[in-house]
Design a protein around this ligand. Structure first.
Ligand code: ACO
Length: 150
């Protein structure tokens, strides 16, 4: 498995990006400002990671996704550790990640990787997303913010 910087975003990347974030316009905007990495396995693009500097000394994992067939094999966890190492090497102090309050598996994964909850952005998904999102039989409304110092 190899993780490498993406020079040019292609449609295959967009498919993955949208599995983590359905808002095409938001995705297009932050991939321009962030640093994008792809995961290559068996000569295929199987994962994507977008890191975005937000506040001073803070880097956000703004998008992380693994293609359906490759989920549950540890690739997501490896990408998170890659992001934490990247942040440390580039002298960031804090790494943040945000996810839906209904994204139960993702919340488990991020806490397993050392993230702690830092806040709730109530109604984030109501305010920013036109279409209703249902996940784990719940309507998604709130964004959970997590962070860890590196
Ligand atoms: N549901 C249940 N458990 C999960 C989930 C999930 N969605 N994702 C990860 N886990 C658990 C695994 O079971 C595993 O548990 P274990 O260590 O006890 O065995 C552990 O977390 C590690 O899982 P990985 O195999 O490393 O995770 P994976 O390669 O599947 O990648 C990811 C996780 C990126 C969330 C993937 O499921 C995915 O692409 N999902 C769709 C897109 C998405 O939701 N992206 C995140 C949105 S938030 C954001 O982008 C900032």
């Amino acid at each position: 498995m190899m993780i490498r910087k993406i020079q040019e975003i292609q449609s295959l990347h967009y498919d993955l990006l949208q599995s983590a974030d359905p808002d095409h316009r938001l995705v297009a905007e932050y991939v321009k400002r962030g640093v994008c990495f792809e995961v290559i396995l068996n000569e295929q693009i199987v994962g994507i990671l977008v890191l975005l500097p937000t506040r001073p000394e803070t880097l956000e994992i703004i998008n992380i996704a693994v293609s359906d067939h490759y989920q549950g094999q540890g690739i997501g966890e490896t990408m998170i550790h890659f992001a934490l190492d990247h942040a440390k090497q580039n002298h960031y102090k804090t790494v943040e990640i945000g996810t839906g309050s209904t994204s139960l598996g993702q919340l488990y994964l991020y806490q397993k990787c050392g993230f702690r909850m830092s806040g709730i952005d109530r109604d984030f998904f109501v305010r920013h997303y036109k279409d209703e999102i249902v996940e784990n039989k719940l309507i998604l409304k709130d964004m959970v913010r997590l962070s860890q110092d590196v």
